[in-house]
Design a protein around this ligand. Structure first.
Ligand code: HEC
Ligand code: HEC
Ligand code: HEC
Ligand code: HEC
Ligand code: HEC
Length: 267
């Protein structure tokens, strides 16, 4: 009898756990369905300035897609000397054509685009850094006919640079420079979420289910699109675990109980 109680003792927490999982899953779907409301829950320490017009952003997004010719050879120059020379030339904020960018390079997003474009206030940065253009534009093309300051992605041409270790890929170049300075100056965001909004995945139109779906039907629908994730999950210990368990070996029925064998996996 004791063992039966123990069996129940094991089963009840599991049922509770299962209920909990279902509640989490259902509220997750509900959240996805609310679309806009879900966004309010995003933590954003640096919210977008209100005066940002979508038109402005649309143009910035288009600009992000421009492809620049690769600059291989650069002028070897000490960053400090370069800064002095830029100052002598009188290059300043008025030479900045666009005061902000949405950084969303096709080079970086070739394989995966997990996040929305990163916003970058160009003029604001230049101003708060006393027009020190060389803090970011650290090299210039060797070719004299090219402009002094060219975009990062004309030289950092790959998303990830495996061959050359000192010239990082574009993603690395941005991360090192942007976050490096923010950390050093103790100003500006350094946590992922303040620069990156996750690309919202609106499931409200993706998931098609009958009025009162059975649990199995929900899983089936998810797996229609998330086959890979399904495969990965079914290889986890969580899914494959089988008894014996210290609670079951002396059971009358001697069932090897576990997610890999009994009903729980049927979902
Ligand atoms: C100061 C701003 C900043 C911070 C903080 C930051 N990133 Fe980025 N990240 C960028 C920029 C700029 C790009 C290049 C975006 C592009 O061109 O698409 C980028 C690109 C990426 C990309 C590839 C592009 C994409 O949309 O999927 C990933 C992945 C990424 N960052 C992950 C992270 C993670 C993880 C963290 C936190 C450890 C982080 N980033 C923190 C600025 C930042
Ligand atoms: C905090 C870093 C930073 C500073 C400081 C900075 N820039 Fe930039 N600049 C960028 C980034 C990032 C881009 C976007 C292009 C890219 O990512 O490849 C850019 C783009 C440009 C471009 C490309 C052409 C254009 O206008 O669309 C020019 C020119 C330019 N900057 C000039 C300047 C000048 C002049 C200064 C100094 C007054 C300056 N920048 C200061 C980071 C910086
Ligand atoms: C004219 C070409 C050119 C442009 C434009 C350029 N880079 Fe670089 N970058 C290089 C080269 C070459 C190296 C490797 C040599 C070195 O380590 O200094 C490099 C190295 C780097 C490094 C690693 C070494 C270090 O200094 O920390 C970072 C980070 C970096 N670049 C960021 C940027 C960012 C951000 C921009 C745009 C604002 C940019 N670069 C624009 C040519 C360029
Ligand atoms: C050389 C230093 C430096 C570099 C490089 C730099 N930043 Fe910053 N950033 C700052 C400083 C300083 C501030 C705070 C400015 C202020 O509040 O006036 C800041 C603020 C910001 C903010 C918040 C601005 C706001 O108005 O809320 C964002 C977003 C940001 N940086 C993004 C970037 C990205 C993306 C890059 C790389 C492309 C970058 N920064 C590179 C120094 C830097
Ligand atoms: C019609 C296709 C489709 C169906 C059905 C579907 N999804 Fe998705 N789901 C996507 C796509 C596309 C993405 C984004 C791409 C990615 O991250 O792989 C995504 C992303 C996700 C993410 C990651 C979100 C994030 O921000 O990282 C989760 C979690 C998720 N789906 C759960 C579910 C669940 C649970 C179900 C079943 C109720 C489901 N999906 C059904 C297409 C679908």
């Amino acid at each position: 009898m004791i063992s039966r109680n123990r069996f129940l003792g094991m089963l009840i927490p599991r049922i509770l756990l299962l209920c909990f999982c279902l509640v989490v899953a259902v509220s997750g779907i509900a959240l996805a369905n609310t679309g806009g409301k879900g966004e309010k829950m995003r933590k954003d320490k640096y919210p977008r300035p209100e005066d940002w017009s979508p038109e402005y952003q649309r143009k910035a997004k288009q600009r992000a897609k421009i492809k620049y010719p690769f600059v291989r050879d650069v002028k070897e120059e000490d960053p400090t000397l370069r800064e002095m020379r830029l100052n002598e030339k009188g290059i300043g904020i008025e030479d900045i054509e666009h005061d902000y960018y949405l950084l969303s390079s096709p080079l970086v997003n070739t394989y995966k685009d997990k996040y929305e474009p990163v916003r970058f206030m160009h003029a604001k940065h230049a101003a708060s850094l006393d027009e020190n253009c060389a803090a970011c534009h650290h090299y210039r093309p060797a070719d004299e006919s090219k402009p002094e300051t060219v975009p990062c992605r004309s030289c950092h041409k790959e998303s990830f640079e495996s061959k050359s270790t000192d010239r990082p890929g574009l993603k690395g170049a941005y991360h090192l420079r942007c976050m490096g300075c923010h950390e050093k100056e103790n100003k500006g965001p350094t946590d992922c979420q303040s620069c990156h909004q996750r690309n919202p995945v609106d499931h409200s139109k993706k998931v098609e289910l009958p009025q009162d779906p059975k649990p199995g039907e929900v899983t089936e629908e998810c797996l229609n699109c998330h086959e890979e994730e399904g495969k990965e999950f079914s290889e986890t210990a969580h899914w494959l675990w089988k008894g014996p368990s210290e609670h079951t070996v002396h059971e009358q029925k001697e069932v090897d109980i576990g997610k890999g064998t009994v009903a729980l996996n049927g979902f």
